[in-house]
Structures are given as C-alpha cells and as structure tokens.
Design a protein around this ligand. Structure first.
Ligand SMILES: [Zn+2]
Ligand SMILES: [Zn+2]
Length: 240
C-alpha cells in the first residue's frame, strides 16, 4: 500500500529527525540542511586509529599518531570513522539502531558515499566483515545494524562481504557508562571465528556503528588476527 503511505506523507510529512522540520522527499529522514551539517571527520586525524587531531594536539601533522596508538593500544591496523558522534549523526544512529528504522540506511548510505568521495577512500583490496549482534539481540531488534552498514559499504566500494564467519558467542552487557578498561574486559571472549578458512590470510575491513573507546572492534580484530587475518582495518559510522 505504497500509495496510501505516500498520500499520508504528503498530508502529514514526517519531521526531519535532525531539526524537527519537515522532511523534503519520500523515503528520507534528514532534510538537506541537516544532511549538509553532519560533521565529517576530515584530516588531520591519527594515521592509525583515526582520532581527530584537534581533540588532542595543537599542531598535528598528516601522519601523526595519537598517544594511545603510540602505546600500541589497538590490535587493528587502521580505523576510520565517517563523522563525530553528536547532534545530527547521533540522532540518525539512534533512529536507525534503537528505534529500529532500517529505512534510515538510505540517508546513511548517501552520507557514506559523499564521505568516501571527500576523503578519497576506496578500501581497495579489503573484504568486508561486521561486528555481529548476539542472536538474542538480533531477535529483539529484528535486524543487525552493522550488517546493514557493511552490506551498503560493500556495494558502494564493490568489495566482497564475508558472511557467516564471525559470531558473537556471548551477549555482553551494554558498553555505555563503562570505563575503557571495563569495556575491554566486558567484550573479552565475546566473539568467535566460525569459519577460519574465510579469515586466514585475508585483508579485512570490520564495520560497526560507533567507535567509542574502540574496545569492541579491537576485540574483533584480536580474534580475526588470531585466526590468521593478514590485515584488519575498521570503519565505523561515528566516533564518540
Ligand atoms: Zn533537518
Ligand atoms: Zn590513534
């Protein structure tokens, strides 16, 4: 009954989730203005983990490494995020993830496409994998948001998607309001490679929604490297 929905959309346009104003086009959740105001993370950022330069350093160079990376904190080789987890992007992620509106992936895909173009990123030579939800959470939410993101990124970059090879074996408590050390401990042993022959010797790009301390993607990187992955990079939609 698409026409009925369209009819109601014309009469009562759903508000833009960023500013509360009216949305402009059918199937969109962000108005053009909010779309243009998503704060992309642009250079300079830490060459390894992607931490924006201005957060920690006054005069970062193009290849600077943040304090955490200089201490070899992470097991992944490189991480990048599309934007800062605040205002519009936070609203969009919440809408997509917690209010179960997978339709918001349309707006998100446009942002990813625009961001890749802007920073000249292609992720060429990598295969895409994602941070999987535990099957209990998957049942609750109805979809795996990181899988949806990974699938879109794979299509945008024309890269293969590695499916059914990584599993979340432990349903971990939420990471929010935990310290870095607590987060690392919380996700320890949460993931398992179920198909090692799809991982060994591969160059992988792990996709997740938000990078906060990096504890989750770091644990995934550890497990993938242990299974013989040659290289592990990370892409997250947002960086908190
Ligand atoms: Zn708006
Ligand atoms: Zn770093």
């Amino acid at each position: 009954m698409v026409w009925i929905r369209k009819f109601f959309d014309v009469l009562f346009p759903r508000p833009c989730i960023g500013c509360g104003g009216r949305r402009l086009d059918d199937g969109e959740f962000l108005c053009g203005l909010c779309h243009d105001h998503v704060p992309f993370i642009l250079p300079p950022f830490c060459a390894t983990c992607g931490q924006p330069g201005e957060m920690e350093y006054e005069y970062p160079t193009e290849d600077f490494e943040c304090g955490l990376c200089r201490k070899n904190t992470y097991r992944f080789d490189r991480a990048r995020s599309l934007g800062v987890y605040g205002s519009v992007l936070k609203e969009l992620v919440h809408f997509f993830k917690y209010q179960s509106h997978p339709g918001a992936i349309g707006d998100i895909t446009l942002l990813i496409e625009q961001n890749l173009k802007e920073i000249g990123e292609t992720y060429s030579g990598l295969e895409i994998i994602w941070v999987p939800l535990h099957r209990r959470k998957l049942k609750e939410r109805g979809f795996d948001q990181s899988y949806v993101l990974a699938d879109r990124l794979a299509r945008l970059c024309c890269l293969p998607l590695v499916e059914g090879s990584l599993c979340r074996v432990r349903d971990t408590p939420p990471q929010a309001r935990k310290t870095r050390a607590e987060r690392m401990e919380n996700v320890k042993g949460a993931f398992e490679v179920t198909c090692p022959e799809r991982i060994a010797g591969r160059r992988l790009l792990v996709v997740d929604d938000v990078f906060t301390t990096g504890a989750t993607v770091n644990e995934v990187a550890k497990v993938l490297k242990r299974a013989g992955a040659d290289r592990v990079e990370v892409f997250t939609l947002a960086r908190a």
